[in-house]
Design a protein around this ligand. Structure first.
Ligand SMILES: NC(=O)c1ccc[n+]([C@@H]2O[C@H](COP(=O)([O-])OP(=O)(O)OC[C@H]3O[C@@H](n4cnc5c(N)ncnc54)[C@H](OP(=O)(O)O)[C@@H]3O)[C@@H](O)[C@H]2O)c1
Length: 303
């Protein structure tokens, strides 16, 4: 039985699909040329970041750009078809600008079909519900997700930004077919630790994919005057010196150390940073080190 996450591949839930211990995310991906985009995806895959996470909404700026990140990734795959076989391709749907959430069967099915068309693929490996639409009964949502799998549009399904109770109610209808959950999780966002998300993962085997593991960059480009960030950064820098890596690498390793085995999804658009962050998979923090970061984030000594 595994209690401490391995530095190697992680299986997605109870499936036989394995991914690297760090994933690459495309939230900030839209807006460059295909050559630059191909270099990022190729580097991420070379570094073992085999899960590539995108969403239909990535690229949307409030008025336009819906689907742009998927279109760009689709161009990358069209130009370098070998990359598709090397990745576990994940996307998301269910945020509908102006609504704002819609997981009705008709909408989500069309959203998934549209994502495949933009990506230029016959199927994705993981289709995730981006944010909960509490007006869709979980039984209906489960039926829709099962039908996407049955039709071969996705191999696996997951959720994102679901509370543990949302996840449980969906799981009651999907069982182990629900393989991932994607919460925000970092040394500055402790919600999954406090709200039971990580406990639900250890209980059920659902794999947590951690979004914004560097707090969207706040852990690396600390905002002057933010005392909480300053406290956390001071401890991360101490640990970085001990382990001979940089602060970002330690911050990533911190998210993976919990036994739920989170896979952090990094979002840098710089190829050199993709390479350096990959080292996080080799960094093991001991209990004292891990709890030092937690205490700094909470701002009180741990009882
Ligand atoms: N499910 C959801 O609702 C949700 C929401 C948000 C994100 N996500 C997923 O999570 C992924 C990652 O999110 P994120 O981009 O916020 O993650 P992140 O890795 O926490 O932050 C990346 C940001 O930090 C900056 N940064 C500054 N110094 C850095 C350094 N030394 N190393 C690395 N990055 C540095 C990057 O800038 P540079 O590009 O200049 O390096 C980039 O702007 C997304 O792409 C998406 O797949 C999901």
């Amino acid at each position: 039985m595994r209690h401490t996450p391995d530095p190697g591949p992680r299986r997605l839930g109870s499936s036989d699909v394995a991914v690297g211990p760090i994933a690459y995310g495309c939230w900030r991906f839209a807006g460059t040329g295909v050559e630059a985009a191909t270099a990022k995806i190729g580097t991420a895959l070379d570094c073992g970041m085999t899960l590539v996470d995108t969403a239909d909404i990535y690229g949307f700026d409030g008025s336009g750009g819906f689907g742009d990140a998927e279109v760009l990734l689709g161009r990358v795959l069209a130009g370098s078809p070998d990359l598709r076989d090397r990745m576990v391709l994940a996307t998301k749907g269910g945020i509908r600008p102006g609504v704002p959430y819609d997981q009705s069967g008709d909408y989500l099915t069309t959203a998934c079909e549209d994502s495949l068309r933009r990506l230029g693929v016959e199927h994705v490996d993981l289709y995730q519900v981006h944010r909960p639409d509490v007006l869709t009964h979980p039984e209906e949502l489960a039926g829709t997700l099962r039908s996407l799998v049955d039709r071969g549009l996705t191999r696996l399904v997951g959720v994102s930004n679901f509370t543990p109770s949302h996840t449980r109610s969906l799981r009651a209808h999907l069982g182990d077919a629900l393989v991932t959950t994607q919460p925000e999780w970092s040394a500055l966002c402790l919600d999954p630790l406090d709200d039971g998300t990580l406990d639900l993962c250890t209980e059920t085997g659902v794999t947590p994919l951690a979004w914004s593991p560097l707090a969207g960059g706040r852990l690396v480009s600390a905002t002057p005057g933010d005392e909480r960030v300053a406290r956390v950064v001071e401890v991360l820098d101490d640990l970085a010196a001990v382990h001979g890596v940089d602060r970002a690498t330690v911050a990533l390793a911190w998210t993976s150390t919990h036994p739920a085995g989170a896979v952090p999804i990094v979002g840098t658009q710089r190829v050199d940073r993709i390479v350096s962050l990959a080292a996080a998979a080799q960094v093991r923090l001991d209990r004292t080190e891990w709890y030092r970061v937690l205490a700094a984030s909470r701002g009180v000594p741990l009882p």
